[in-house]
Write a protein that binds this ligand. Structure first.
Ligand SMILES: [Zn+2]
Ligand SMILES: [Zn+2]
Length: 233
């Protein structure tokens, strides 16, 4: 496996953002830096949900009501140029982009030092999304992330109980109501640390709802592992 990944790193490819020379399907060095710059340049963040803030401390939402998840790890902000990569992943470029994006998230997860016995589980997609795309972007990221971090992944641990309404475009309060009890957990996860994998985090309502279910099923901790965080919840 290590041999194969070293071999991959040598293969000349085009950078998925600027198309200049790169290797192994990764971003070129300049694009890697500009995707990551969104994180480094933007000052303090809420320690729970990673929202960029003007000052240190928790964001207003996490202060008003502590979410059920313990923390969030993100690879980059959902803004230019990283947002383009997420768009392309979702519009079908999963074979080239999912491994590369998972490598960016793996980098952030290594820095965050997840507990050793963490198990990964993707946020289940809406049926309409799967029918339209033919795949669940979160599950693709989770699969590659698990391989890179050498952690177990349970693709069917989380299930949608019913379809609910599409979250995008709904105001925060409505998202919270909408996400409530949309999910359940396939089995007990007593004492396990769960890394819930998703592509984009907006208000955190989905992650909160899933973390509530996982804690109810015995999870010791729940960490969101998300490619990109929208700058404003
Ligand atoms: Zn590039
Ligand atoms: Zn917060």
């Amino acid at each position: 496996m290590a041999y194969l990944s070293r071999l991959r790193e040598l293969v000349p490819t085009a950078c998925p953002l600027c198309e200049c020379a790169s290797r192994g399907g990764d971003l070129c060095m300049a694009c890697d830096q500009s995707v990551m710059r969104t994180l480094r340049a933007s000052g303090p963040r809420c320690p729970v949900c990673q929202l960029a803030l003007a000052q240190d401390g928790r964001c207003a939402d996490c202060r008003a009501r502590a979410p059920a998840f313990d923390r969030v790890v993100i690879a980059f902000d959902y803004t230019e140029p990283g947002d383009f990569l997420v768009h392309r992943l979702k519009s079908g470029y999963r074979f080239v982009l999912a491994p590369m994006l998972a490598r960016l998230l793996a980098r952030a997860a290594r820095q965050a030092k997840l507990p050793d016995n963490t198990m990964l589980a993707p946020v289940p997609a809406r049926r309409a999304g799967i029918l339209q795309r033919g795949f669940n972007p979160a599950a693709e990221i989770a699969r590659h992330l698990a391989r890179q971090l050498n952690l177990p992944c349970q693709p069917a641990l989380l299930r949608r109980v019913h379809e609910g309404r599409r979250q995008a475009g709904l105001p925060r309060a409505e998202r919270m109501r909408n996400a409530h009890s949309l999910y359940d957990c396939a089995r007990h996860v007593d004492g396990l640390h769960i890394g819930v994998v998703d592509d984009v985090l907006t208000t955190g309502s989905t992650l909160h709802s899933i973390a509530t279910v996982l804690k109810g099923a015995g999870a010791a901790s729940v960490c969101g592992l998300v490619l990109a965080r929208t700058p404003h919840g």
